[in-house]
Design a protein around this ligand. Structure first.
Ligand SMILES: *Cc1c(COP(=O)(O)O)cnc(C)c1O
Length: 403
């Protein structure tokens, strides 16, 4: 395995905070200080044998890792082309990939002597994972969630409160994920005992590299499982992109291989302003939440309103490593509409007895789109980032309205 240019750029980003022009720390001095403390701890512990052993133990005994890969034989047969495999992150404790990252970050917070955690959440999945991890480590936890999302994902609000977290509504702007991040950052900078558990590969350095580091278990496992169980690497690795954490975790395993990497963004209702959340496909570089990356914005540079059927994907920015991977051409980014995602959601449920998260359904929908155009011996590895139980009520409402 030769080390690719993309891997070299990533290794540099661990030091500099920049993936080419993307990333960085575009924040006030007060925030820079606390970010530097987090970075020092991350540098100290990420290769520390004791830290690594503790995290590995939690992955095994708390998450249920390794998550398996699964060959969708029925679905692949019906589509009549490439073989679709799933990396089953939906089988993790709490039903999504988010727990991989919260365990890593909270372990770090503990090493730093922090006693309180703050997190933002969109669909509620990251909030739930942070609440669970806080309960496990006996730490106090505040989660900011857009008021709009609290309605859309009421079950996750109950789950967080059940595990002892305080859920606070973000009331400004669109009242979704972007506003929740603003509130959480504010809280972080004003309390020296607070650690900010960021849920995606976004934000100021070191968060993008830190989240990537903890989520790269997905791609590492998927690569080994492909070799051991299928006998070769997949032709494609496909994942949905909100902020970009499950996708960068998946891509990390295959960066140096001859594997096509495809990130799938939420195309929503259509390509118009405010109708989607496809930051890489439709945005342009700008600064949001303390880092430089592709941002959905109007001509004046105001952050655009975003929309997706899945609460976990409607963020107007995207992680800096993805921006660099797009520019270099190492990864390709595409969009899938709400309608295609719903179709994939229903199809996987019926064909394989697996109800996928609406977020993950975007990745699956793209695999279903290209599978018929490819030979039967081609392999598509799709990151099934989460399970869809949280979306069942929303989908049944939608089907009722259709009927
Ligand atoms: C949060 C979430 C996503 C989107 O976040 P990324 O950081 O882009 O991975 C995707 N799928 C599920 C199931 C989620 O909970």
């Amino acid at each position: 395995m030769s080390v690719s240019e993309s891997s070299k750029i990533c290794a540099q980003a661990f030091e500099t905070g920049f993936f080419g022009p993307y990333g960085g720390q575009f924040v006030p001095e007060s925030l820079k200080k606390v970010l530097d403390e987090v970075n020092d701890a991350f540098v100290t512990y990420r290769n520390d044998p004791e830290f690594k052993a503790e995290l590995a133990g939690l992955f095994t005994h708390y998450c249920g890792r390794p998550s398996p890969i699964f060959h969708c034989r029925n679905l692949s047969r019906e589509l009549g082309g490439a073989q679709i495999y799933l990396k089953r992150e939906d089988l993790n404790h709490l039903g999504a990939h988010k727990i991989n990252n919260t365990l890593g970050q909270v372990l770090l917070a503990k090493r730093m002597g922090k006693t309180r955690l703050v997190a933002e959440t969109g669909a509620g999945q990251h909030g739930v994972a942070t609440a669970a991890t806080a309960a496990l480590f006996g730490m106090k936890c505040v989660v900011y969630m857009g008021e709009e999302d609290m309605h859309r994902q009421a079950l996750n609000v109950f789950r967080m409160r059940m595990m002892g977290a305080e859920v606070r509504a973000a009331m400004s702007g669109q009242r979704t994920l972007k506003e929740a991040v603003d509130e959480a950052l504010n809280c972080f900078v004003n309390d020296p005992n607070m650690f900010y558990v960021l849920g995606s590969a976004v934000g100021p350095h070191p968060y993008p590299v830190m989240v990537r580091h903890f989520q790269s278990i997905i791609g590492r496992e998927a690569r080994n499982q492909s070799i051991e169980e299928i006998g070769r690497l997949p032709d494609y690795a496909i994942a949905c992109v909100g902020g970009g954490s499950n996708s960068i975790g998946m891509f990390a395993g295959f960066l140096d291989d001859e594997v096509k990497l495809v990130g799938v963004e939420p195309g929503g209702k259509g390509p118009g302003y405010g109708e989607h959340a496809a930051s890489l496909c439709k945005g342009r570089p700008g600064i949001l939440h303390g880092f430089n990356g592709y941002v959905l914005q109007d001509e004046r540079g105001n952050v655009a309103p975003v929309y997706s059927i899945s609460a976990g994907l409607d963020y107007p920015g995207v992680g800096p490593e993805h921006c660099q991977l797009k520019d270099s051409g190492r990864a390709e980014y595409v969009t899938v509409t709400d309608a295609e995602a719903v179709d994939a959601f229903l199809t996987l449920s019926r064909k394989e007895g697996i109800i996928p998260a609406l977020e993950s359904s975007h990745a699956l929908a793209y695999a279903m789109r290209i599978a018929p155009t490819l030979d039967k011996d081609k392999i598509l590895m799709v990151c099934l980032s989460g399970r869809g139980d949280k979306d069942v009520a929303q989908i049944s409402e939608l089907l009722k309205n259709r009927a």
